[in-house]
Design a binder for this molecule. Structure first.
Ligand SMILES: Cc1cc2nc3c(=O)[nH]c(=O)nc-3n(C[C@H](O)[C@H](O)[C@H](O)COP(=O)(O)O)c2cc1C
Length: 173
């Protein structure tokens, strides 16, 4: 069963969870992939409640988001298995089916063609309405060097910011 919620009533719980790590799932071509995120924000723009996530271009999940601009955010609550954050945040879906390897399951989304992680019951369904590659020239120099060091080829692994309308929010019960 799903209990629909008003996101703003849960803003504090959601943002405290983001700070510790939550799961982002994206899907395309009949396949889903889940990664951990801890950079994100809730906001309001264009009279909509929005969630912005920041995904580095090197992530396998980035490829899914570029194909299908929809995602779900799955947030742990009391009793949720904590280790999925480390599992999904230190392994790539390029090398494995994370749901199989780490033993979690998916439930279908209602307003998006992307599932959510059943074990993390607070779910935000999100549709991208705006995206922007972070402009490295506009990042404070100290942060640029700290968070985006150049690789051997001189490139920096910048984040794509995806701002999405939260089209449905609920708790799986
Ligand atoms: C707690 C935690 C938070 C993370 N937050 C982010 C994030 O906000 N953005 C990002 O691009 N990667 C973040 N990562 C790293 C990705 O989750 C990690 O690189 C993952 O293996 C990518 O999976 P994929 O290649 O299947 O997309 C985080 C990792 C952890 C453990």
């Amino acid at each position: 069963m799903k209990k629909e919620i008003n996101v703003l009533d849960y803003a504090s719980e959601i943002m405290n969870a983001v700070n510790r790590g939550v799961l982002l799932t994206a899907a395309a071509d009949g396949k889903a992939n889940t990664m951990s995120i801890s950079w994100g924000s809730l906001g309001i723009e264009w009279n909509r409640v929005l969630f912005t996530t920041f995904v580095r271009l090197s992530r396998y999940t980035f490829e899914f988001l570029e194909k299908n601009g929809e995602f779900t955010i799955s947030i742990p609550r009391e009793g949720s298995p904590k280790k999925l954050i480390a599992d999904c945040g230190s392994n790539s879906g390029r090398d494995m089916d994370k749901a199989k390897v780490f033993g979690f399951s998916y439930v279908a989304g209602e307003t998006v063609n992307v599932p959510a992680v059943k074990e993390y019951p607070l779910v935000l369904e999100c549709k991208v309405v705006y995206k922007q590659l972070q402009d490295e020239k506009a990042i404070a120099p100290d942060d640029l060097e700290k968070f985006y060091p150049k690789d051997e080829s001189g490139k920096r692994d910048i984040h794509m910011a995806y701002t999405a309308e939260i089209t449905k929010a609920y708790i799986l019960e």
